[in-house]
Design a protein around this ligand. Structure first.
Ligand code: 9J6
Ligand code: ZN
Length: 301
């Protein structure tokens, strides 16, 4: 696919700066409404839930009660399941759409629904239109369509902050998450899980991205997929590569403590801007019996 050329981003930046200057002239520097400044919006924290501990990050479920809603197949994606916190007392939640891989249904990513919704995110695990035929870029388009459905049409649309959205996916769905984040830079975080994509040129992707690789992946080998995909993310404001020791391609298809821990920390840190989670990402972990390799944009890395 064609990736966004760098000069378009330059123009966007210039327009954004012009907007901030115009806002300052119109409202005065002390009286900017917070919607007028993307800079201040980016720094606002949306803390949902108690202060995290390593144990809370690794627990299968968090403190929020949640419900599910079934969505039938739509024109833009194959339907899915929304997992949403029932607490309406804390304002809106961030949301994440998650796509499965080749031949898979949403069941391949179902555990993220309970893990993340119980920690204060609206989660949409989706089916794709055709589990066999849909290539990664089309899975990415379907993730974007699912996010639009969530914020505009879903039963929980009023409980979601449309400015705090994320994408994830397994394998070809992980390639789709890269494609979606590349096409829509307003997305706040991406988490491709043992991603598979033929395109290894994501130099213009501007979304904080955590790539999960599996050391012994025989379907999307880390040397041909996860690692070059990670290395191409040279414009991502933050990035990390978590490689699971001795793991295979399907490692993310059922509950995995390490994947759950880092995915939750990444979404909390970049979708909610919740700096309480920074300590679980930086400094980066050392190699261990669980983690064969970790690369990141952490300071000093
Ligand atoms: O190597 C291929 O052409 C198929 C790669 C499939 C990657 C994927 O999505 O696997 C999910 C089980
Ligand atoms: Zn490696």
């Amino acid at each position: 696919m064609k990736h966004r050329p760098r000069r378009v981003r330059g123009l966007r930046l210039k327009l954004a700066l012009a907007g901030i200057v115009a806002g300052t002239v119109l409202f005065g520097s002390g009286a900017l409404p917070d919607t007028a400044s993307t800079a201040s919006a980016a720094e606002q924290e949306y803390r949902r839930g108690p202060a995290p501990t390593l144990a809370s990050l690794q627990a299968e479920k968090g403190p929020f009660a949640y419900k599910t809603a079934t969505v039938p197949s739509q024109s833009g994606f194959g339907g899915g399941t929304i997992y949403y916190p029932t607490d309406t007392s804390q304002g809106t939640f961030g949301a994440v759409a998650i796509a499965p891989g080749f031949t898979e249904s949403q069941s391949a990513v179902a555990w993220f629904g309970s893990k993340l919704a119980s920690n204060g995110f609206v989660v949409f695990t989706i089916n794709v239109k055709n589990t066999w035929l849909d290539q990664p870029d089309y899975r990415g388009l379907q993730l974007l369509s699912a996010l639009d459905y969530l914020t505009k049409n879903s039963v929980v649309r009023d409980q979601i902050d449309p400015n705090r959205l994320a994408v994830a996916g397994h394998s070809m769905g992980g390639g789709g998450a890269l494609s979606a984040a590349n096409a829509r830079p307003s997305i706040q975080a991406a988490v491709p899980l043992t991603p598979w994509h033929t395109d290894k040129t994501w130099e213009n992707l501007r979304v904080p991205t955590l790539i999960v690789g599996a050391e012994n992946d025989g379907i999307a080998s880390v040397s041909r997929h996860a690692e070059p995909l990670y290395e191409s993310l040279t414009s991502a404001p933050e990035r990390a590569y978590l490689e699971l020791n001795d793991a295979g391609h399907m490692v993310s298809n059922s509950y995995n403590t390490t994947i759950g821990q880092y995915t939750l920390a990444w979404l909390k840190r970049y979708v909610d801007n919740d700096t309480r989670y920074e300590q679980f990402l930086c400094p980066p972990p050392s190699a261990s019996t669980l983690i064969s390799e970790y690369r990141s944009s952490c300071p000093g890395s």
